[in-house]
Design a protein around this ligand. Structure first.
Ligand code: F6R
Length: 261
């Protein structure tokens, strides 16, 4: 794992977008794993800018989102289908047939989870997975005690997640209590992971996720086992990390980051 600290949330989002752009230019058929949430909005804003101003081409890119609420149709304003179309898919030249999110309205949810895993497998696996982190350390909707070998499945949302996301709903009492999410094992199988966290509210959980003991209570600690995972944080989210001097040195000196300094 390596940790990249950027001065602001904007700079952190731009760096993540530039990594995605770099991978896409190298491999136009990139299989990109995507996340939703407030943190990601800045990343999508920058990708849209790169598409408009620098002709970044998404036409051959394939995408798989981490999760979707159960019971929300794609047209629902709170669905992740809708979030993705609004913030990313519609403003760029994405082929919608190549975008994938779990169907939270499927009649047979277990079959839908198996279908989703199979679709990822048929695409050749995920090349680059983008992740946010919840206040209690979930990645996707892998709530506390998610098995590290778990695959895409239905998961009950924890009280912390319900509290974190309910304000986004017009009527918070209508927030679904379950979601389909890629499993921790599905995420660990991706070729490369980028976890983005910004803001002081994420400082505690980032210290535990990156430098704390590996535990199923905090799904993000599983990323310590991933062979190629980078964590991108702003100064606020980095505030409680112990090893910042080392992280800054590696970012300034490792050839992998040369193009991003
Ligand atoms: C959403 C997802 C979640 C979010 C996390 C952070 O697709 O996978 O794990 O990334 O809850 O959300 P924000 O960015 O709203 O704090």
């Amino acid at each position: 794992m390596d940790v990249v600290i950027q001065p602001t949330a904007d700079a952190a989002c731009r760096l993540v977008a530039r990594v995605i752009a770099g991978e896409l230019r190298r491999k136009p058929h990139l299989v990109l794993g995507l996340a939703t949430g407030a943190t990601m909005e800045g990343v999508y804003r920058e990708l849209v800018r790169l598409h408009r101003e620098e002709q970044l081409d998404f036409s051959r890119c394939r995408t798989f989102n981490l999760d979707e609420y159960i019971g929300l149709t794609p047209a629902d304003p709170n669905s992740y289908h809708r979030f993705m179309r609004e913030h990313f898919f519609d403003p760029v030249n994405m082929d919608l047939r190549q975008t994938h999110l779990p169907d939270g309205c499927a009649a047979d949810l277990d079959m839908e989870c198996r279908r989703y895993e199979e679709a990822i497998r048929r695409a050749g696996g995920i090349d680059l997975q983008i992740l946010g982190i919840g206040k209690a350390g979930h990645i996707g909707f892998n709530e506390p005690l998610s098995a590290f070998r778990s695959r895409t499945r239905v998961k009950a949302l924890s009280p912390v997640t319900l509290k974190q996301n309910a304000p986004q709903f017009v009527d918070p009492s209508k927030m679904p209590r379950r979601a389909i999410t890629m499993g921790v094992g599905t995420i660990l199988d991706t070729s490369r992971c980028l976890l983005l966290a910004t803001g002081a509210a994420k400082a505690d959980i980032m210290a535990r996720a990156v430098e704390g003991p590996i535990t199923a209570m905090i799904s993000a600690t599983a990323l310590q086992l991933h062979p190629r995972c980078s964590v991108v944080v702003d100064e606020d989210a980095a505030a409680r990390l112990q090893g910042v001097a080392y992280y800054r040195w590696t970012f300034e000196n490792e050839p992998e980051w040369e193009a991003f300094r």
